[in-house]
Ligand binder design. Structure first.
Ligand code: GAR
Length: 202
């Protein structure tokens, strides 16, 4: 049966685009992106979704209390009967209500090797700290920030000449690759969670 993915985003949407391309080309088999939701009216990701003929919803968050907002988003995700929710540059904290509503069905991509550098401007945090390798992480979302069980990570070198832009670009390429890999693993159900560890199964 075709699995239905809901994507939440706030901006550029390059991770959404990578997922959409993987679905379209069968790298993520038996799946479709059922709905793309943004909290930002000017999110380029919304335009990218429309250009692919994917349904979109703008749900502005301004002035709404966190759980009240999340209830609106959850209602749309239920309406579209999604099996998996992919956060793709969704710059909002999720309420405990939302996380409990979709247990082990929310994934996030983060531009650092978690648990290093959670939160905002992770690439800048990595440069400022002086690490020699950086990377990205796809993980399950729980009620804590950038903290759920890790599904896939990728490492990139930090060059002496890097600025934030150069490092971000190098990481982003890997983000696009591992988000597809992680979604495929999860949708195929070929994993189990033992403690914090996501273990691949045949
Ligand atoms: C990506 O680098 C993603 O990892 C990051 O925002 C960017 C969104 O780019 N997400 C976070 O920092 C979440 N904590 P995109 O809109 O082009 O996918």
């Amino acid at each position: 049966m075709t699995k239905r993915i809901g994507v939440l985003l706030s901006g550029r949407g390059s991770n959404f685009e990578a997922l959409a391309e993987s679905v379209a080309t069968g790298r993520i088999p038996n799946a479709e992106i059922a709905i793309v939701i943004s909290n930002k009216p000017d999110a380029r990701g919304l335009e990218r979704a429309k250009a692919r003929g994917i349904e979109t919803r703008l749900i502005p968050s301004k002035g709404l209390e966190r759980e009240a907002y999340d209830r609106q988003v959850a209602a749309v995700l239920h309406e579209y009967e999604v099996d998996l929710i992919c956060l793709a540059g969704y710059m909002r904290l999720l309420s405990p209500y939302f996380v409990a509503e979709f247990p082990q069905r929310i994934l996030n991509i983060h531009p650092s090797l978690l648990p290093s550098f959670p939160g905002l401007e992770s690439q800048k945090q990595a440069l400022d700290y002086g690490v020699k390798v950086a990377g990205c992480t796809v993980h399950f979302v729980d009620e804590n920030l950038d903290a759920g069980p890790i599904i896939v990570q990728a490492v990139v070198p930090v060059q002496d000449t890097d600025d934030e832009h150069a490092l971000s670009e190098r990481i982003l390429k890997e983000e696009h690759r591992i988000y597809t890999e992680a979604v495929k693993i999860i949708l195929e159900g070929k994993f189990k969670i033992v403690g914090r560890r996501v273990i691949r199964t045949a």
